[in-house]
Ligand binder design. Sequence first.
Ligand code: SF4
Ligand code: SF4
Length: 362
Amino acid sequence: MKYSDEYRDPALVERLYAGVRDVAAGIDAPVTIMEICGTHTHAIGRFGIKSRLPDTVRLISGPGCPVCVTAVEDIDRSILMARLPGVILTTFGDMVRVPGTDGDTLERARAQGADVRVVASVMDAVKIAAAEPQREIVFLGVGFETTAPTVAATLRRCRERNVRNFSVFSVHKVIPPAIQVLLDDPLLSVDGFLCPGHVSTILGVDAYEPIPRRGKAAVITGFEPADILQGVMMILTQIATGKVDVEIQYGRAVNREGNPVARKMMSEVFRPMDARWRGLGKLPGSGLALADEYATFDVFNRFDIPTVESKEVAGCLCGGVLTGRKSPADCPLFRTRCTPAHPVGPCMVSREGTCAAYYRYY
Ligand code: SF4
Ligand code: SF4
């Protein structure tokens, strides 16, 4: 498999483990590295990387899964929308299982008669709108900079074609404000960040510049074992030499500028808004609302959605897990009441959620 097998080559991987050990031996303090992306969390677990790193190098997980960071009130509001008469609520598979207040989910709403449909892409939701002109199709859009440009392109097309029965509940988020929160957290002691590969194809390096400005290392990394180990080694090398920067390990997919065309499309269709993240609270400018020209596709201009009193699931430590302060094993519900088959919190829902990855691999 091109672009995959060569990054799993056992001899290369062993050389990289040895390299990591060598560089780590030259650093006289323990090093903590946070991976921001859930796909990294999943890969680190899947390839057993943690257990083979030197004792002085610790990997912890951060808020890299958009499903997991979706705020409980956004889940509650999407359930309310799904229950409105005439509405078909469409979204990605993981979202239907994410618990809202009192463990309510879109899946449960569907079992009670709401029309909730899982789609593979926003375009599939638009196809439903074309097939069911008498119904109102709502797309619950989650995702970071990797997903938002596709939604933007689709809305541009909907506007050109004057699609009237389609609207978006945008809970899309952007990564840089979350990184800033992590950098500002006095309780979080992280020496370097493995930055997300996919998001960086859009963002490029600029978004991560605040990391070295705070004296921490940053490497944009791919998802195969050799990528991750090389990323770890590059971070350790920055720390060992005292020259922190934003480096690209994942050069086969990411360039320094990212994708300005996708960013322009996003800025045309969306505008920044303050958004609430599970675990991180309300972050200024971290969400994407629809721009005025696209207001007709904004679900809140189409329906009157009452405000609800939302609350997190009792006992779930997802907030701490998403900020790297807690490990899934710290949660008393982990593997007992909370399992992938019966998730209590969002981090157990998505395959790349930290609790789901730990359940599977540790
Ligand atoms: S696959 Fe999961 S972790 Fe990765 S970006 Fe999507 S929701 Fe996040
Ligand atoms: S184990 Fe379940 S309840 Fe506990 S933090 Fe993880 S997702 Fe939340």
